[in-house]
Design a protein around this ligand. Structure first.
Ligand code: DUC
Ligand code: ZN
Ligand code: ZN
Length: 475
């Protein structure tokens, strides 16, 4: 198709999960309308010579405005989190709606919609967190919500008030199989962590670094194996989120090689941080408290291996930001008495793509096509947004990030524009940066400036995951 377009991106290399092709992109009415050369005229022509034209990132694991315990407040609301996403080249984020016990899930979903409405710079779509799998929730609430496009939910194997026991996990998986939902599982063993935490506290070992000691690799490995066994028993796919180390990765690879439909995700903190980062002066280590914790060099190597070989299909940030210099954040009064009370999580939605591009593509560990698959296409496919999102193809939303593969910078919190007051990746040498981010054809960030207005980001109900649809058909 030639003719007149709203925008033409000219002269760049268009990268998708399958190919890299030198061609122009014609955009009309927020969609990719043509790919080719000599496309015609446009209201705006963007010169992308020497640049990579890639699908905007999809971050399928972020936490925004989530209740996080008494006196603790997340550092990002929908405005600041989606702003940071846009600065980092991400055009869709998928936050969680946390079920509150005794409250209808539907009303909590509505409350999150109110928080997001009119605030977002990029598109959003919600997962649910199931903390109370009552008969009503399993029998009525979840199936109805799945029908309405909330097609994935997360469950926890650890945390007071959140951890489900094995029977409950099996019931949730069974419900998911019946209604075609995809379950994301946080695999760490609650009782083992409680045992370790209480032991460390009795010994007076309460500094932030003991957070990592309290949840060693085997705690993650054991829970990963158990979750896989439950999924095998129920015969349903699961997504194992935020995998941190070789032992857990090997459990997943073993299951995949056995033919089980086990999907998996890893995150930037497991590629570039280690447990040593938690061992700072005073409370500095609190900045790096997240679960599972960053591990060691061999774990980093394993996560790279998993990304390269397809054990991990998605690379997400697990953005879960708390301010450091803040009594409502990392340095809350109880947190200063024990690692147990330091809020779990770190900001990452703005830094995710640059870290994988710089450390992965520019250092020869991943191809540009693998980068696109891991950061956009596979998220869209896995969570029911493909082909509207996650690729550059005629008919897809024009969600595009133009990357300068030669742009060098030393990463600092100033680049990221989130609501936190630090980045755990401060000082990292970066090569490659998104210089323009476009959401449905409208430029949101250009040359380090926010040029879009909040409210452009829209909400996306999702189809069922193709992995879960297959299980439902067999149910
Ligand atoms: N799990 C997450 O996925 N995010 C933050 C904290 C946690 O335990
Ligand atoms: Zn988790
Ligand atoms: Zn998370």
């Amino acid at each position: 198709m030639t003719g007149h377009f709203d925008t033409i991106i000219r002269g760049g290399t268009v990268v998708t999960a399958g190919d890299s092709v030198r061609c122009d992109v014609g955009i009309r009415d927020g969609k990719v309308a043509a790919l080719g050369i000599d496309l015609g005229t446009a209201d705006r022509v963007i010169d992308a010579a020497g640049k990579l034209v890639m699908p905007g990132g999809i971050d399928s694991h972020v936490h925004i405005s989530q209740p996080s315990g008494e006196g603790i407040v997340m550092a990002d609301d929908f405005e600041s989190a989606t702003r940071s996403a846009a600065f980092g080249g991400t055009t869709t984020v998928m936050p969680f709606v946390m079920q509150e016990k005794g409250v209808p899930l539907r009303s909590t979903v509505e409350a999150y919609h109110k928080l997001a409405a009119g605030e977002c710079h990029v598109d959003t779509s919600f997962h649910l967190i199931v903390s109370e799998p009552s008969e009503a929730v399993l029998g009525q609430e979840l199936p109805a919500l799945v029908e309405d496009g909330y097609t994935s939910f997360k469950i926890f194997m650890t945390y007071e008030g959140l951890a489900l026991n094995d029977r409950e996990i099996l019931e949730v998986l069974d419900t998911a199989r019946g209604c075609g939902a995809l379950v994301m599982v946080h695999c760490e063993s609650y009782d083992a962590i409680r045992y370790m935490t209480e032991k460390l506290e009795r010994e007076g070992r309460t500094a932030p670094k003991y957070h990592a000691t309290s949840r060693p690799k085997l705690v993650e490995r054991e829970a990963t194996h158990r979750a896989i066994a439950h999924a095998e028993l129920v015969d349903v796919p699961i997504m194992i989120v935020h995998v941190s180390n070789r032992e857990a990765m090997e459990q997943i690879r073993w299951a995949q090689q056995k033919g089980l439909n086990i999907l998996a995700e890893t995150c930037p903190q497991y590629l570039v941080l280690t447990e040593a980062d938690l061992d700072g002066l005073g409370m500095e280590g609190a900045k790096y408290v997240c679960s599972p914790p960053p591990r060691d060099r061999d774990s980093q190597d394993a996560c790279w291996e998993g990304l390269r070989t397809g054990v991990f299909g998605v690379f997400s940030s697990d953005h879960c930001p708390f301010r450091y210099e803040d009594e409502k954040g990392k340095q809350n009064p109880k947190g200063r008495t024990s690692f147990r009370w330091v809020p779990n999580g770190m900001p990452g939605v703005g830094a995710r793509l640059a870290i994988l591009f710089s450390e992965g593509v520019m250092k020869g560990r991943l191809t540009p096509e693998q980068f696109v698959a891991l950061t956009a296409t596979n998220h869209a496919r896995t969570y029911g947004l493909y082909p509207r999102k996650g690729t550059i193809a005629v008919g897809s939303d024009a969600d595009i990030a133009i990357w300068d593969p030669e742009r060098k910078l030393v990463l600092s919190h100033d680049h990221l524009r989130d609501g936190s007051d630090y980045t755990p990746y401060e000082g990292l040498d970066i090569t490659g940066w998104p210089i323009l981010t476009m959401v449905r054809g409208r430029t949101v960030v250009e040359d380090g400036r926010l040029v879009g207005e909040k409210g452009h980001g829209t909400y996306l109900p999702r189809d069922r995951s193709p992995y879960a649809v297959q299980a439902k058909a067999e149910a």
